[in-house]
Design a protein around this ligand. Structure first.
Ligand code: SAM
Length: 281
């Protein structure tokens, strides 16, 4: 039986789909704390019921975290052991909790992890893309302009990149990935991990976008996209050429933009003009 220490904040990972992935220790900690801070109390109530548990729940989400973190820290300082969970996976990973953990640590409260599922790590573990160095980017901006700008800033990153995406935007995001990183960039899309319709699609961005575009079922559910980092100088030069071309083409003809971007970066004019798909004037 897990020992619950008084005055400790336990940050507990919950399943990302398959309930059997809740660890025995997570269950014991959830059973033994005075209360559980939960992103969506109805959602967490269902999890507790599924495990035959009944603990008081405190709503802690992005809209009230700043306001209630102080009160929760006071309870911890008074000796209550509390848990923090999010709707799925590891709290603080594209989920609330950072402010509470920070305030608790600053107040000298012990914060202890109960590790478990995390969609980013689960996807990385099955992608077969170098995982010794990676960069977690979470969700891209929702607005197309900001999203492309973020991708352009990442085009020359050499580490493997990890993104979260929802079913509403998966198709348009993949189109942006193809246009900024190029269709040939190695990538794997992990969907519905640990659930009934789990799929892991590869092997390039072009192929992933094609499969998702062709099959409405592949646009349903939750996604992690793993993209190989920019591998060599030639790819880095091309990515920089594409980034510059995309800016220049807003102000001049595509052929002129391609020539200028090629002259300034050393990328092939033909590759820029052709690969961006804007070769027609
Ligand atoms: N804290 C969570 C974690 O540890 O992975 C992530 C929370 S974030 C709000 C939710 C996003 O995680 C989804 O939109 C999706 O991109 C990804 N995700 C969560 N569960 C997933 C699953 N079973 N399969 C694939 N992606 C998943």
């Amino acid at each position: 039986m897990a020992v619950i220490e008084a005055g400790t904040l336990y940050v507990v990972a919950t399943p990302i789909g398959n309930l059997a992935d809740l660890s025995p220790r997570a269950r014991e900690v959830l059973a033994g704390v005075a209360a559980i801070c939960a992103e969506d109390t109805r959602h967490t109530r269902q999890l507790l019921v599924a495990f035959g548990l009944d603990r008081p729940l405190l709503a802690l989400h992005e809209h009230n975290e700043g306001e209630i973190a102080g009160r929760i820290v006071e309870r911890l300082r008074a000796g209550d052991a509390l848990a923090l969970v999010s709707d799925a996976g590891t709290p603080l990973v594209s989920d609330p909790g950072y402010r509470l953990v920070r305030e608790a640590r600053m107040a000298g409260v012990k914060v202890s992890p109960v590790p478990g599922a995390c969609a980013a790590i689960a996807a990385l573990s099955v992608a077969g893309i170098p995982s010794d160095r990676f960069c977690f980017e979470g969700f891209l901006p929702a607005k197309p302009g900001a999203r492309r700008e973020r991708l352009q800033a990442l085009a020359r990153e050499t580490r493997t990149l990890v993104f979260y995406e929802s079913s509403h935007r998966i198709e348009e995001s993949l189109a942006d990935f193809v246009s900024v990183f190029g269709a040939a960039r190695e990538a794997v899309l992990a969907r519905e991990l640990s659930k009934l319709f789990e799929t892991v699609l590869g092997d390039t961005l072009g192929e992933v976008a094609r499969r998702v575009g062709a099959d409405p079922n592949q646009r349903k559910g939750e996604f992690v996209l793993i993209v190989r980092g920019c591998e060599n100088d030639a790819a880095a030069v091309l990515a920089e050429g594409q980034r510059l071309y995309a800016k220049l083409v807003e102000h001049m003809k595509p052929s002129q933009a391609a020539k200028l971007a090629a002259d300034l970066t050393g990328a092939s004019r033909k590759a820029l003009y052709g690969e961006t798909g804007q070769g027609q004037e």
